[in-house]
Design a protein around this ligand. Structure first.
Ligand SMILES: Cc1cc2nc3c(=O)[nH]c(=O)nc-3n(C[C@H](O)[C@H](O)[C@H](O)COP(=O)(O)OP(=O)(O)OC[C@H]3O[C@@H](n4cnc5c(N)ncnc54)[C@H](O)[C@@H]3O)c2cc1C
Length: 265
């Protein structure tokens, strides 16, 4: 288990940023992931005094502070209403309620974990990472950036009218997902994020999917196979790459069927 020798609580983001430039220091989210390691942390930077534990909603967007718990994201009424239970569906499989009360949105997004339901779900929406020095970066770009010494201040989700559906499969209830698929539809555009491949979530966006309300099962299946093929799949102790690839098209299809009608696949 990891240990921490000293915790510092900066009074401003600037102070947190300056402290974080030193390699012996790390930023603390909920410490749920980091504590699983065996690192001896000389100084941990605790952001909990910076008011980053709230979700602000306006007509255009949700601004989610990095210290918000996964549970508060899961239970947020505005988010639930805007995205029809999509975020809740993605998060409620993660370990258990107590765990989600501790794990933070900041740690989850900053970590860019391959298995992440959080990253997969947010990527299918119009989501941005707000970095203290790096500014506001689309989540798709942030996911590809190498971890550095910046501070993730907020995650911003735009209310752009997307409707979305989340599907995942686990070998056992509280394990990491074997595959995670988030699909979203806005007008003619379809967004598909697939994570736990087992590499981290990626996003494909199709403006000419030809899909819409009333698309047939055959059309949805054809598109799902195409979307599946835009990603690579690997093997690990949980599943083989071929199996993951098969599951990806099943879950993309189920998600699209939910959003566009047709028979349940
Ligand atoms: C046993 C277990 C099972 C899990 N299962 C799942 C699962 O099924 N699905 C899923 O999606 N996730 C899963 N997770 C991951 C979990 O949901 C969180 O994503 C993870 O714990 C990180 O959040 P944290 O708050 O604990 O971050 P921490 O452990 O505190 O930090 C993680 C990393 O982010 C950095 N960091 C934190 N906040 C910031 C910030 N604001 N700015 C810059 N850097 C920052 C830290 O320095 C560290 O490098 C699991 C984790 C564990 C331990």
């Amino acid at each position: 288990m990891a240990s921490i020798e000293k915790v510092v609580r900066p009074c401003s983001l600037e102070e947190a940023y300056v402290l974080n430039q030193e390699r012996s220091r790390v930023v603390l989210g909920g410490f749920m992931w980091m504590k699983m390691g065996n690192r001896n942390i000389a100084e941990a930077i605790d952001l909990s005094g910076l008011g980053l534990d709230t979700i602000e909603e306006s007509g255009e967007e949700f601004r989610i502070g990095s210290m918000c718990s996964l549970r508060s994201l899961e239970l947020h009424e505005g988010i639930d209403k805007e995205f029809g239970g999509f975020v809740r569906d993605a998060l409620h499989h993660i370990v258990g309620v107590q765990f989600r009360n501790g794990a933070t949105v900041g740690g989850s997004v900053y970590g860019r974990f391959g298995f992440s339901d959080v990253l997969t779900c947010l990527m299918a929406l119009d989501t941005y990472a707000e970095l203290y020095k790096g500014g506001i970066v689309p989540l798709k770009e942030f996911a590809q950036m190498k971890p550095d010494t910046d501070i993730l201040v907020r995650v911003i989700i735009k209310k752009d009218g997307r409707k979305a559906s989340y599907q995942s499969q686990r070998n056992t209830r509280t394990d990491f997902p074997v595959i995670a698929a988030a699909v979203a539809v806005k007008g003619d555009t379809v967004y598909v994020a697939v994570g736990a491949r087992p590499s981290k979530a990626g996003l494909v966006e199709s403006t000419d999917s030809g899909l819409g309300q009333g698309s047939t099962n055959e059309e949805i299946s054809k598109f799902s196979d195409w979307a599946r093929d835009q990603f690579t799949y690997g093997s690990d102790m949980r599943a083989g790459g071929d199996y993951r690839k098969h599951l990806a098209s099943v879950y993309i299809r189920r998600g699209l069927t939910e959003l566009l009608g047709g028979e349940k696949a």
